[in-house]
Design a protein around this ligand. Sequence first.
Ligand code: NAD
Length: 357
Amino acid sequence: MSRFMDSFTQTLPQVRVRFGAGIRHELGAEIEALGARRALILSTPPQADLAQELSDLIGGLSAGVYAGARMHTPVDVSEQATAHARDIGADCVVAVGGGSTTGLGKAIAWRTDLPQIVVPTTYAGSEATPILGQTEGGRKTTLSDRRVQPEVILYDPELVATLPAAMTVTSALNAMAHAAEGLYARDRGPLTTMMALEGLTAFRDALPAVVRDPTDLRARGETLYGAWLCGTVLGTVGMALHHKLCHTLGGSFDLPHAETHAIVLPHAIAYNDRAVPDQLAPLSELFGGPSPGAALHRFAAGLGAPTALRELGLKESDLDRAVEIATQNPYWNPRPLEPAALRALLQRAWEGAGPEA
Ligand code: NAD
């Protein structure tokens, strides 16, 4: 079926993408192509060895490793890292890791306009967006800025092969959420819809194989391809209820990012299905189910994804407050935000029930 639309406006992110097993060995050439000579390599503390490996790989082009990235990009960490980058005269940043490390690279680039190369090791997709989310004083805010968009992405399937099975599934569902909400985005266009469906198809086809054998590089590559497409959708169109709920639960209740996405997605999609059934129908076809929410729930549960917010430490008494926060400054959504229906949605997600039929 053609994805033709009568009218649309779309600006796609400008980014150079290189893809393939072992492509990280091209890092030095990519740094030189940017005209840079002193790259600061960023990672989280657990991925410091990988960052050091990349630093060794590029030899004299490395200005050192900063392994202090943390979840949700705390502003104090970003400021320390930016001061460090300035002190050592870094002329580009290389983020190797998931969304937390990419977030730190973006935070430095936003403050300094240094070019960025991202070597993703999860499916979060942040590398494909001009969006920076950061936290300060318990509040998470996001901004979109040209300086934040990474210039180069090196997708190396060998580096996601170390992602444990549970994180593989939740990180993939996090990526798939970008595509699912992209299907009904107000500012979607034919290309974002094609990318969303292709990204979801890649995960549908390859994720079960990756769960069976995490070292299957062909399947890892296909899931990483899905992450790129889903991330590009996130970087191109606006997100809605699902992302608002996840930002609320992550920012105000400190729930872990990918797991929260994995649990909330089928429920948010079921909520919006009432308003935009035609736009969401491809999800039922792709994942095989009576409705888009049920189809996603079955796919996620079949791969062992978490299904209950209570298992993440959220208290039932927090649910009213979560609805209150999620309905303040809401993102645009295809179905109006009805507090009672949202409270019921969160109750189901908290208990681990399936989405509303
Ligand atoms: P993460 O980056 O926090 O990684 C989670 C943990 O897994 C870390 O300890 C990390 O070191 C480890 N890890 C990562 N890759 C690994 C691998 N291959 N093998 C073993 N361990 C590995 O998690 P994430 O889900 O990738 O990112 C979440 C963050 O990204 C959140 O703060 C979220 O807000 C942000 N994000 C931002 C955007 C955006 O466009 N701005 C998009 C998606 C996510």
